[in-house]
Design a protein around this ligand. Structure first.
Ligand code: FAD
Length: 638
């Protein structure tokens, strides 16, 4: 065990040990041309991510088995490759295919969303004359020094200079502005709206430069709005650690990989205070995507949840090993592991670079630096004259070989766009979509493979971005990040302070900025199996309307920030709720379903001229994984 990084947390393998101005559903070249130059999804606010209209047809196919889509138009378009899914994996697959087989090879990429990039989503907020960029999903390149050669080579070819982040990231920003991590206790759950300048957990420290709390554990506990019993229990948790298990070192590893964190809290530490348990459940946030109630002690430790900070590792690995680690890796992250590889729009820059490489006319900019402010012309994505075409708002509902999958040389792909059914043809198909929908689309897959793919559920997540006229209130509250146990968004944070490509991060607290609010929705029943909780949370998420989110965000920010400095109607300019009903790939849990990696392996097998990419192929939610899986899928096509 070395250091804790965000990579460890969201890696699936860890789990195992403003209203749209466009009609959705428009895409054909003619329609896009007509809409040009207004068709520009990054600037849309309101309900985004898996936006309304994007999932209707896929759900009809998967939930009700719908197969009658009315008359199908054969577009008589033939491609060398058709890619289903325009996320990082699908875009990379298209790019690799052309690299391998020639730039003249015709490729069609189909995606059900109104923008390309999948989770790598760019949000733009217009605040007065200013445009603030922020990530609507995939945030940063995590530990690029660990990337495969394939991924590193791709980044280089795209013009990404990894060293650039050493100057683009403003390491001094949080210190200069005295911004640290706090906890907001909301009135509804904790009886009063109160901010304590302490996060009580380890989550915030992946943000480089965020200031450490000045309060001791004792002082922070004293200020928490809990009963005396709750305070006493909270202190016990904070002072806990693995030594309280009183196990010999050789048994410790096995124990913490098979026992639940909540069991440890309740039984070993005797915690029963509802407030403390609420704080604990909400402290793993998007490091795990699930609540801490379903984590093992080991997983909880890796996530740095309530009571488990890196010091706890001392108990696990022994003082000597701990000191050695501190010396070698520091838990003061070594340079290669600094979480600074962040573009102003997150990993959307990589998606944009891939698109620009394949469709050069889409906009200005030749490298990661000069593409940041480049406004793409979406009407260029699907021109008849393109060698690579990207067709948005197009949900693929059927993929079938032209004959026996073992010998066929063509695959027919049906998709629905604007409620109409179309067919195109390819010599090969890469499925870079969510893997669990594949058996509904490729209906003649072998049974075992289909059953495995159906198991690959995803974790719902919500990244809401808010355009603010100023961040004076956050500055006065010394708030770089606010843990918010029990709120729909468990985290509110300033964006990563990165300036590049002519884009400047907010300078003064009186300037506009965009902040991020992170939500991991759970099921109602604490401790229920993760897959059930994800399903319940996903349905609830998709059932809410924008006004429901706005109400929640209004209550959250207004309850947390001082009234003298913050007025929601005056200071909030725009809200973009990126709902990722299908977010991270779920890697399984030692407590519930440790066979998930095996399901992913069985599921990703090639089938005739159809191969399978996407992060779901190995259940690890990282950009480099999406890229590597694309490479594998392209190689498998031959
Ligand atoms: C909120 C969030 C934060 C993240 N943060 C990070 C991070 O900081 N760093 C990191 O490395 N990774 C992060 N990730 C992981 C992210 O998933 C990967 O980085 C990567 O973007 C995944 O790419 P993908 O192409 O495999 O999948 P996706 O991005 O999901 O793309 C698949 C695409 O296929 C489409 N599709 C599905 N079904 C169909 C169909 N039937 N027809 C047509 N299209 C279809 C989907 O709608 C989607 O657009 C994050 C993910 C989320 C959700």
């Amino acid at each position: 065990m070395s250091k804790i990084t965000r990579r460890d947390f969201i890696n699936g393998t860890l789990m195992a040990a403003g209203a749209s101005m466009l009609p959705f559903g428009c895409t054909s070249e003619v329609v896009l041309d007509k809409l040009d130059p207004l068709y520009y999804p990054p600037a849309l606010t309101g309900l985004r991510g898996s936006h309304i209209g994007s999932y209707t047809n896929a759900h009809a196919r998967a939930w009700t088995g719908k197969s009658d889509w009315g008359p199908t138009t054969d577009l008589k378009e033939a491609y060398d490759l058709i890619v289903v899914g325009g996320g990082i994996s699908g875009l990379s697959a298209a790019f690799f295919y052309q690299q391998e087989h020639g730039r003249d090879k015709k490729v069609l990429i189909l995606d059900n969303h109104d923008d390309f990039g999948g989770h790598a989503k760019r949000n733009e907020h217009t605040v007065g004359d200013d445009t603030r960029l922020i990530f609507g999903g995939s945030q940063s390149l995590q530990s690029p020094h660990t990337f495969s050669e394939t991924s590193l080579k791709l980044l280089k070819e795209l013009g990404v200079d990894l060293d650039r982040f050493k100057t683009a990231y403003d390491f001094d920003f949080f210190k200069r502005n005295n911004l640290g991590a706090v906890t907001y206790f909301n009135k509804q759950i904790f009886g009063e709206d109160k901010v304590v300048k302490h996060p009580y957990c380890d989550y915030p420290w992946y943000v480089q430069g965020l200031q450490r709390p000045k309060l001791s554990h004792e002082e922070a506990v004293k200020q928490a709005p809990l009963s005396e019993k709750g305070k006493e229990q909270l202190l016990r948790v904070l002072k806990g650690g693995l030594h309280v298990l009183k196990l010999p070192k050789e048994e410790l590893n096995e124990y913490i990989s098979t026992h639940s964190y909540f069991h440890y809290l309740k039984t070993t530490l005797g915690v029963d205070d509802a407030g403390v348990l609420e704080m604990a459940r909400n402290s793993s946030v998007d490091f795990s995507g699930a609540g801490a109630d379903v984590l093992t002690i080991g997983e909880a430790l890796e996530c740095g949840v309530l009571g488990f900070d890196p010091l706890t590792l001392k108990d696990l690995i022994g003082e000597k090993e701990y000191e050695k680690n501190i010396k070698e890796h520091g838990y003061i992250l070594d340079e290669g592991d600094q979480y600074i590889h962040h573009f102003p729009d997150g990993n959307a820059t990589i998606a944009r670079l891939l698109v620009k490489k394949m469709i050069p006319e889409v906009g200005e900019g030749d490298n990661a630096e000069d593409i940041i402010l480049s406004k793409f012309n979406y009407s260029r994505l699907d021109k008849t004259s393109n060698i690579v075409r990207i067709r948005l708002n197009s949900t693929v509902v059927n993929v079938v070989h032209g004959g026996d999958p073992n010998s066929s040389s063509e695959v027919f792909v049906n998709y629905i766009n604007d409620n109409k059914s179309y067919q195109v043809k390819g010599k090969g198909v890469v499925m870079a979509c969510y893997n669990m929908i594949i058996p509904h689309i490729v209906s003649d897959l072998p049974n075992e493979q289909a059953a495995a793919l159906r198991r690959l559920v995803k974790i719902p997540l919500q990244y809401t971005t808010v355009g603010l006229k100023n961040w004076r209130a956050m500055k006065e509250m010394e708030m770089g990040m606010a843990m918010s146990p029990g709120n729909m968004h468990q985290v509110v944070m300033m964006d990563f302070p990165v300036s590049m490509g002519g884009y400047h991060f907010t300078k003064s607290p009186d300037d506009p900025c965009a902040i991020q609010m992170i939500g991991c929705p759970f099921g109602e029943t604490v401790g229920a199996p993760p897959v059930e909780q994800f399903r319940e949370a996903r349905y609830k998420m998709l059932g809410l309307q924008f006004k429901d989110y706005e109400k929640e965000i209004r209550a959250h920010l207004s309850g947390m920030l001082p009234k003298a400095l913050f007025e929601f109607d005056r200071d909030v300019e725009s809200i973009t709720v990126n709902r990722w009903a299908h977010g991270y790939a779920y890697g399984g849990s030692a407590l519930f379903d440790s066979d998930m990696p095996e399901m992913a392996r069985k599921g990703r097998q090639p089938f005739g001229r159809i191969t399978i990419a996407n992060i779901d192929s190995v259940l690890s939610s990282y950009l480099q994984v999406a890229v590597d899986q694309a490479w594998r899928a392209v190689k498998e096509l031959g």
